[in-house]
Each structure stands twice: as structure tokens, then as C-alpha cells.
Design a protein around this ligand. Structure first.
Ligand code: DX5
Ligand code: ZN
Length: 232
């Protein structure tokens, strides 16, 4: 049986938004056609930058109706999971190196009512997937080293994405649950088609969306160009 056709989701990252106007910014990207809000949480410990926590997630939640995709770049992970679930997160992903007990953390996320995912840095091996496929709703491949927006896409992510796609398709073929494949870092209009061809279905775009010039149609214009590139 061949896998079902993929539908694509665009997830603007708040990291490149104007933090002083965050509510307005997330409303604007939803109105411009975004499918999810990607919410980057950094702790100046697991990654060398510091962003926002559950209070800001809770403040943003009423401004949008699309899912909030919380990307935790924090260590430890477990204590903060419930706070984000209560703050309205729909999806919570974390880096396996940042959790002492990956299986337990995945269970905690699902028990809190959220979808759960693992995030792989560019040099993190995929064997973290070996024993947890049935506990995953999402696999997130970093195509930059985490910590900052606006970095260049690392091309080695493409063969890695093909490997993950093969694992997901094999899991589905064996009767497993669907798992989405998200790519985060350096996603632009000119590389999104190649990333989709490698098997991704969900695309984080921070600087590409929030840095889009008004003269080119602003957020709506760039989201349309990303979708047009996906449509081929
Ligand atoms: C990096 C973050 C990304 C980042 C993407 O650590 O996880 O979500 O904001 O930004 P761009 O699209 O600018 O690479
Ligand atoms: Zn992210």
C-alpha cells in the first residue's frame, strides 16, 4: 500500500516576530494563511539564547484559533510540560538529549492532552527513534543548530529527512499511527520544494515570514509563495 498523499502545513516561528506586538503578530500570520504558530522556547542553558515561557503562550493563545506548536529548547523538560499544556499548547516537542527519560517525557506530554514530538539537532542520530515510534505525533528535524533565527539551511538535513520519511512510512505500513515530519531552520521559498520532496509535511519559517517585505505582499504574500512552491 502506498502512503496517503501528504498535506502541507506552514508554521511561522514567533522568534522573528515583533515581541512587543506578539498578539497582533500571531493574528496577522493566521489571517495570512498560517496553519500553526511555532513557539520557540529557549532557556540560555540547553541553547545559548533566552526567549519566552508558558505565561507568554497563555497570553498568545486567545489571539489565534490555529494550533500552537511549542518547541522546547530547555533542560530539564518534564517540569515545564504541564505548564505549557495548561497554557494552551497543542503540540509539545523536545530534544531527547535534554530529557533524562525520553519515554517518560513523551508520555507526560500525551497525558497532559497534547501531541508529542522529538526534535533532532543536525548532529543528533536518528536511533533515538528506535523504541518510541508509537509515542510520537511529530518528528522535528532541525536544519540549523538551535538557538537563533535567520541561519542558513544545512543541506545534510535532506538525506536525514528521507531517512525519517522511510521510518514513518514503514511505521504506517505496519499499522502505526500517523506522525508528521517538521523541518525547522532556514526554510525559504527557494528551498521548501526540495524539503517537501525529501519527505517533510510541516515547515517552520521564522525570518522568511516575519521578515517578508510589505512591498512583496507581507506575510500573506510570502505564505502564498511558500504554498505555490510546494504545489510545484
Ligand atoms: C531555531 C528555532 C527556529 C527558528 C527558525 O532554534 O527553533 O524555529 O526560529 O527561524 P528561521 O526560519 O529564521 O531559520
Ligand atoms: Zn523552532
Amino acid at each position: 500500500m502506498s502512503p496517503a498523499p501528504r498535506s502541507f502545513r506552514i508554521a511561522p516561528s514567533i522568534l522573528s516576530a515583533d515581541f512587543a506586538r506578539l498578539g497582533e503578530e500571531v493574528r496577522a500570520v493566521e489571517a495570512a494563511g498560517a496553519d500553526m504558530i511555532h513557539f520557540d522556547v529557549m532557556d540560555n542553558h540547553y541553547v545559548p539564547n533566552l526567549t519566552v515561557g508558558p505565561m507568554v503562550c497563555e497570553a498568545v493563545r486567545p489571539h489565534v484559533s490555529i494550533p500552537i506548536d511549542v518547541h522546547l529548547m530547555v533542560r530539564p523538560v518534564d517540569r515545564i510540560v504541564g505548564d505549557f499544556a495548561r497554557a494552551g499548547a497543542d503540540i509539545i516537542t523536545f530534544h531527547p538529549e535534554a530529557s533524562e527519560h525520553v519515554d517518560r517525557t513523551l508520555s507526560l506530554i500525551r497525558e497532559a492532552g497534547c501531541k508529542a514530538g522529538l526534535v533532532f539537532n543536525p548532529a543528533t542520530p536518528l536511533n533515538w527513534l528506535d523504541h518510541v515510534m508509537d509515542k510520537l505525533d511529530m518528528i522535528l528535524l532541525m536544519s540549523v543548530n538551535p538557538g537563533f533565527g535567520g541561519q542558513a539551511f544545512i543541506p545534510g538535513t535532506l538525506p536525514k529527512a528521507r531517512q525519517v520519511r522511510a521510518r514513518i512510512d514503514a511505521h504506517l505500513a505496519a499499522g502505526g499511527q500517523p506522525i508528521s515530519l517538521e523541518i525547522d531552520g532556514g526554510v525559504k521559498v527557494d528551498n521548501i520544494a526540495a524539503i517537501a520532496a525529501a519527505g517533510a509535511d510541516t515547515f517552520v519559517a521564522g525570518s522568511a515570514v516575519f521578515g517578508a517585505p510589505d512591498a512583496d505582499g507581507g506575510y500573506r504574500g510570502v505564505i502564498q509563495r511558500l504554498r505555490a512552491a510546494l504545489a510545484g
